[in-house]
Design a protein around this ligand. Structure first.
Ligand code: BDP
Length: 706
């Protein structure tokens, strides 16, 4: 009997402990009781009642989120009332169309949080502004800041802040590494997975206000009445969070599902078809956001199939949108297979001449760099080159070329590198960020898009640290002036621990992780040398593929003389696409920053670099020190163990072990392969790899077996 009771007791103890484990589902929206009783008391005094001035859906969301958060943090019930009684300790939520900061309007989504006569007031010019303010106030407490004399204001610098899902109707996610799609198309519209709402909460908390729900390699399904109804059900979940739903569309849809013989954008029947579809969508989803289009790119159909250009296509869709409040986002990710050309230049050559041709409410969506989401790219030369067209910056949050969900790589430093790059389009200081936010060319609309890293995994992103990338994208979309370091610290405190030393250690690992990844995979400006098709692991020897610009040798051009792609005027002259000020930074191999060197120059193996080493020695040094830095990351992570949930800690520890193993794999593959061209020994103090190039080729082949 005694033994049985003991076993039962043990069961409950174990079960209770298990339920405490952090499975990552709550992301950064953790509202656990604040352990410091003194601080809790201060907060309790300031935040005892929520007064909501209004009961529209988004305001209700704001009050509900604030209530849920406060009750968790403070461990007491916090009522929501519609009018305040006299007394202290209220938080008032109110839309105020005249809200401003020192005479400057807050803007549609901006918020202000202030202390008035001892009470806290959260206002915005719109309900969404109030919602963002409510989340900001919660963040204040989650990161243990004071609530005394608050005077916080913030307005987003970019108007359309979108996640792009590359999710397919069959539940797979193109380049997704966190399980399958979170959208359950076969259950919609009748069953709404509770996860949809949690997804909306997370996005709203970081200011994301739009979601493209499906892959740019689009299925025509979404344009059928059956699927419009499903999308409408999702839109219904997003709406109270201030999030609009968008669709990627298949250019050939009029032929595929419309029974037409053509998809020519100038054909009246095609125009009518799109107008009808658009009207149908708006009937079901009155706040539908608009269309994203990948056309004449990587085999997708497009207007060029009919001798028309991208502007013809985009403008036809803009006409179809008509009076509806929606956008067309037309992607500039285009390139043709041409072994003699330079893929770097192709999007520029196709789109630059179209500047001025796009109708209002049409934006051109441009990837951060000219090739394809590599771990480091120079900024895309289209930024600053199309002053009459609003450009959406597209970055990839999912780590297609950055180690999937296995490698810890914090992407904010990479996003910042693009945002802060100076295009000199309108004199010094015309950064990509300012081109995108519309301030350089005085555009009324502005947008930014991140290809989502979200899937059905319990923790949403596969790698728990991948959550930081979703978070950082949202924060930078809101305010591109925030630093990668500040966002890393903020996310860590919200998500992992508030212990100051651990926060510093983890933020340090995060901030350095991207540079470390670049060193052990593609140092000195190498690019596109990853495994064919799967885009995982190294394959610098790849010399033949379905297209020349899908090989590795097309990009690194290693030979007996040296390494790198000459894009100066002696070579492809892609450099000439940039302003003279930018060209000057990169055109001379002696002064070109080492991080960009092989992007623009074919450099001799024995050429002395600004670092004091020869190219060969510098290359080896970066591969070896990069791989060794993963050991440093492991040590740092081990050091914070006492502050981190044990299961979560073990999860990341395991992933770091794989990362170290694969960093060595990258290192060995690349130094051994490039050595066949450089014909020099691995420089001291580094030990030559213990395995052969053939060993590694076998490894790579295993990963590519079907
Ligand atoms: C490439 C991906 C491919 C995408 C394409 C795109 O490998 O799966 O469809 O980008 O952005 O990097 O359209």
């Amino acid at each position: 009997m005694f033994l049985r009771s003991l076993l039962v007791l043990l069961f409950f103890v174990v079960a209770a402990q298990r339920s405490l484990a952090d499975d990552g589902y709550r992301l950064w929206l953790k509202y656990d009781l604040i352990p410091d009783a003194g601080l809790r008391k201060d907060y309790q005094k300031a935040a005892g009642v929520i007064v909501s001035k209004g009961s529209t859906p988004i305001l209700k969301t704001a009050a509900g989120e604030l209530q849920q958060g406060l009750q968790g943090l403070l461990g007491q019930s916090v009522p929501v009332v519609s009018a305040s009684k006299k007394g202290q300790g209220t938080i008032t939520l109110a839309v105020d169309a005249t809200a401003n900061v020192s005479g400057q309007p807050l803007g549609k989504d901006g918020y202000s949080i202030s202390t008035r006569s001892g009470n806290i007031v959260v206002t915005g010019q719109s309900e969404s502004g109030v919602l963002y303010g409510a989340f900001a106030l919660l963040r204040q407490m989650q990161t243990r800041q004071s609530l005394k004399d608050l005077a916080l204001t913030s307005s987003p610098r970019i108007q359309y802040r979108l996640l792009n899902h590359w999710d397919n109707p069959n539940g797979t996610v193109e380049r997704g590494y966190a399980g399958s799609s979170i959208w359950k198309w076969y259950e919609l519209p009748e069953r709404l997975d509770p996860r949809y709402q949690d997804y909306a909460r997370a996005n709203a908390s970081i200011g994301i206000n739009g979601v493209v729900i499906n892959n740019v390699n689009a299925s025509a399904r979404y344009l059928t009445p059956e699927y419009i109804e499903k999308v409408a059900a999702l839109a219904g979940v997003m709406r109270p969070y201030g999030i609009r739903v968008y669709m990627s569309v298949l250019w050939a849809a009029p032929k595929v599902i419309g029974g037409l013989s053509t998809s020519d954008p100038l054909d009246p029947k095609v125009k009518q078809w799109w107008t009808d579809r658009t009207n149908e969508i708006y009937k079901a989803i009155p706040d539908f956001g608009g269309f994203l289009v990948k056309a004449n790119s990587e085999g997708e159909p497009g207007p060029q199939d009919y001798g028309r250009d991208h502007a013809d296509g985009a403008n036809m869709l803009a006409d179809a949108l008509g009076q509806h409040d929606g956008l067309v986002m037309w992607r500039a990710f285009v390139y043709k297979a041409n072994s003699n050309g330079d893929r770097f230049k192709e999007a520029y050559q196709e789109f630059k001449p179209l500047d001025g041709r796009f109708k209002p409410k049409t934006l051109v969506q441009v990837k951060n760099g000219p090739i394809d989401f590599q771990s480091r790219e120079p900024f895309h030369p289209l930024f600053g080159a199309m002053p009459r067209t609003p450009l959406v910056l597209e970055v990839q949050i999912t780590q297609e070329y950055l180690g999937f969900a296995t490698h810890l790589v914090y992407l904010a430093p990479m996003f910042k590198e693009t945002l802060d790059a100076d295009t000199y389009a309108n004199g010094q200081g015309s950064t990509v960020a300012k081109v995108v936010d519309g301030s350089v060319d005085k555009h009324a609309i502005s947008g930014i898009a991140g290809v989502a890293n979200i899937g059905s995994d319990r923790n949403w992103t596969g790698h728990p640290m991948g959550q930081a990338n979703w978070y950082a994208f949202g924060r930078l979309a809101w305010d591109h002036t925030l630093s990668a370091q500040a966002i890393a610290e903020e996310w860590t405190r919200l998500t992992l621990t508030t212990e100051p030393r651990a926060v510093r250690t983890i933020a340090d690992v995060l901030v350095r992780s991207r540079d470390i990844y670049v060193r052990y995979t593609t140092p000195l400006g190498l690019h596109h040398i990853m495994g064919q098709s799967i885009h995982y692991g190294p394959e610098p020897w790849l010399a033949s593929s379905a297209r020349p610009d899908w090989t590795a040798v097309y990009y690194h051009k290693a030979d007996a003389a040296g390494l790198g792609f000459d894009r100066t005027e002696k070579g492809s002259n892609a450099l000439s696409l940039y302003r003279p000020e930018v060209q000057r930074q990169w055109q001379d191999p002696k002064t070109c920053p080492p991080d960009y060197l092989l992007w623009f120059h074919h450099v001799g193996w024995n050429q002395q670099l600004s670092t004091g080493r020869t190219l060969w020695n510098e290359l080896c040094t970066r591969y070896y020190t990069g791989a060794d830095s993963v050991t440093w990351m492991q040590q740092q992570w081990a050091a914070v163990q006492p502050q981190i949930d044990p299961e979560l800690h073990a999860d990341i520890t395991g992933r770091l072990q794989t990362q170290r193993k694969e960093a060595l794999w990258w290192r060995d593959a690349c130094v051994l392969y490039f050595q066949t061209h450089a014909r020099q020994p691995i420089p001291a103090p580094f030990a030559p790899p213990a395995r052969t190039l053939d060993d590694i080729k076998r490894l790579v082949m295993i990963y590519q077996l079907r």
